[in-house]
Design a protein. Structure first.
Length: 190
């Protein structure tokens, strides 16, 4: 935790990556409610979104070389995920076709952002890389469990609750990854 930038990056693993995955588990339920899709179509949709996410994994090195670092790439990915979460859980009820745009964009952004954040964490302290990555993965799994539970409870009371939950989770992750300016030195949340 004494590694500069580690605390913010680890919080982002729990809230942003874990939270996003936990909420994404409700996509099948959302497709059933909005578009009336059955289990087989929802299963195929998950496979296709998984392929899009994997394409994002392969795009990550190019995105880092274009944008500068994994932290910045993850912040951009989180902004996209925040907006797409709002579209899926707040807008899609009235505009079902919006799912055709929002779901692939969400999967692609998550596919780029996840390895970008792990790359960022790994570069924070090469001598502690293994411990930081292991801790990050633990926080991600805690984030998945908690957010999936909260999202399920929220969805039972209306999809807008899930849109609000995603906004909070992604918003926290965006904030903790922001660069801070302290007495002329740019750093990150420690």
């Amino acid at each position: 935790m004494l590694v500069p930038g580690a605390l913010g990056a680890l919080i982002a693993m729990g809230f942003g990556l874990g939270g996003g995955i936990g909420i994404f588990t409700l996509i099948g339920e959302r497709l059933r409610d909005v578009a009336g899709h059955g289990t087989s179509i929802i299963g195929v949709t998950y496979v296709l979104l998984g392929a899009v996410s994997m394409a994002g994994n392969f795009m990550m090195p190019v995105m880092i070389s274009c944008l500068g670092d994994g932290r910045r790439v993850m912040r951009i990915a989180l902004v996209i995920c925040l907006v797409m979460n709002a579209v899926v859980f707040a807008v899609a009820s009235t505009l079902p076709w919006s799912l055709l745009i929002a779901l692939p964009l969400w999967a692609l952004a998550g596919g780029v952002g996840s390895p970008a954040l792990q790359y960022h964490i790994a570069r924070l302290a090469p001598s502690r890389r293994g411990a930081l990555i292991a801790l990050g993965m633990s926080l991600m799994h805690i984030g998945i469990a908690l957010s999936a539970s909260l999202a399920g409870i929220g969805y039972a009371n209306g999809s807008l609750w899930v849109a609000a939950l995603g906004t909070v989770l992604f918003g926290v992750a965006i904030m903790v990854l922001r660069p801070l300016v302290n007495s002329g030195v740019v750093g990150q949340l420690e």
